[in-house]
Ligand binder design. Structure first.
Ligand code: ATP
Length: 417
């Protein structure tokens, strides 16, 4: 099946937002064996949209369109497909009732334009929106399959995963479904993982192994087609076991969660607490931890000590340490972590100090970062040389110290077992 993705939205054309929907859909379609040949972006304009549909219809078996399903006048994707296919727009009554209920239950008067969000097309399948109001649409016109999905990524992804994927597979005549397991790694780069698993990746056919890198984390998705989850697990288990044997030191989860969630869960399980002392990450580490629900059981707080004065006054870093070694040094990182541990009285403290760039600090180039993890027995410091721009360096530094804490917690809990 040859597919094309059309993202609708003038914001995309003027560069206000990035077309992340196309990336997500390409990844998902490729995973189920659909080849994506084109990405198109078109503004919120009925005529240009119809022209884009005409082109897609000629060259693709499947066209996935995102955006323009909302209530406002510029949301005309359904109108454009109705005009192109010569089908009428209809109101899907159960969806309209859901939308009306949303407004009445909040005591808000529903404006007439919201009815548009319940529009479907003649002879189309309605795809429910579990995270919003605008419904999606699936239909076959002549020999082309069409899917209209909402623009907001959260709504689009849920609709794809819950309804659209199964519809595509049905259209492809698949009697099996695709099952995936995600393994998450930290403390190791994507290329090192690939090198370690080269033979498995090169000889893969079923299950397939696909690596995806994010800042400070790598995901490996192991996918297989099977009649049910049990059969899928039987097929993937030997591959997962082999990967675990080779890369177990870096494998922090066998599901798609960020390293901060693995750390919070491990702290909860072992009944331990943590605090943070941050310089170049400026609160990012605390932000990552507090994005995990339930972190209040284990996270005491943090200190953003950006200046040398703040490091001395807030974290008891000795002025002599800074004078001798600089604010970006192993000694300062160690002292920050120990000071943080004392101030908060937690079981662990993490510290980060470094040069996020673009300029040098104390003659040290961007990417020079020292991280430390302290507990009552002392502190361990790690010297990192990170690449990337300011934002990437800060994220990699935060993820690196989380990985070091996870490593420490895991080895302690293994010893206790
Ligand atoms: P709404 O009900 O919010 O109007 P919609 O289906 O009409 O939903 P759009 O109005 O096109 O969708 O987009 C809504 C928002 O969704 C955009 O402002 C943007 O934040 C996000 N969005 C839309 N398309 C994309 C895309 N291709 N990639 C990433 N984000 C997108």
């Amino acid at each position: 099946m040859k597919a094309e993705i059309i993202a609708v939205g003038t914001e995309l054309l003027v560069g206000q937002i990035v077309n992340t929907n196309a990336r997500y859909l390409s990844e998902e379609l490729n995973a189920i064996g659909v080849d994506v040949y084109y990405h198109t972006v078109v503004g919120d304009n009925l005529e240009r949209m119809k022209a884009a549909f005409e082109t897609a219809h000629r060259r693709s078996d499947l066209v996935v369109v995102t955006g323009g399903l909302g209530p406002t006048q510029d949301d005309v994707t359904k109108e454009a497909l109705a005009a192109f296919t010569g089908r009428s727009l209809l109101i899907h009554e159960p969806s309209l009732k859901k939308i009306e209920h949303y407004f009445t239950s909040r005591g808000i008067v529903m404006t007439e334009n919201n009815v548009r969000q319940a529009h479907t097309l003649e002879h189309a399948l309605v795809l429910p929106n579990d995270n919003g109001m605008a419904i999606g649409v699936a239909l076959v016109h002549e020999s082309t399959r069409w899917l209209l999905l909402p623009g907001p990524p959260r709504e689009m992804q849920t609709m794809f995963a819950n309804y659209a994927r199964a519809w595509i597979m049905e259209q492809m005549g698949e009697t099996t479904s695709l099952y995936s397991t995600t393994l998450k790694f930290s403390g190791i780069g994507e290329s090192s993982i690939e090198t370690e698993l080269l033979d498995l990746i090169e000889n893969q056919s079923d299950p397939t192994i696909a690596p995806y890198a994010k800042e400070g984390e790598v995901a490996l998705r192991i996918s297989t087609k099977a009649a049910d989850r049990e059969q899928a697990e039987r097929k993937t288990a030997p591959v997962v076991a082999e990967i675990r044997a080779r890369l177990g030191d870096y494998l922090y989860a066998e599901r798609d969660i960020p390293i901060e969630q693995a750390v919070v869960e491990l702290l909860q399980r072992t009944n331990r607490s943590v605090s943070v002392a941050e310089s170049c990450t400026g609160g990012l580490l605390a932000e990552l931890i507090t994005s995990i629900p339930g972190c209040s059981q284990v996270f005491a707080g943090g200190i953003v000590s950006y200046s040398a004065k703040a490091k001395i006054e807030q974290l008891d870093v000795h002025p002599e340490t800074i004078r001798m070694h600089g604010t970006v040094s192993a000694e300062t990182a160690e002292s920050m972590a120990k000071g943080c541990l004392r101030r908060f009285g937690t079981d662990f403290a993490m510290a980060v100090t470094g040069v996020a760039g673009p300029g040098e600090i104390e003659g040290k180039p961007p990417g020079t970062v020292f991280i430390a993890v302290a507990d009552r027995s002392g502190a361990r410091v790690y010297d990192l040389r990170l690449s990337g721009d300011r934002e990437i360096i800060r994220m990699r530094a935060a993820k690196a110290v989380l990985y070091r804490l996870w490593e420490r917690l895991r080895s302690q809990s293994e010893q206790e077992c």
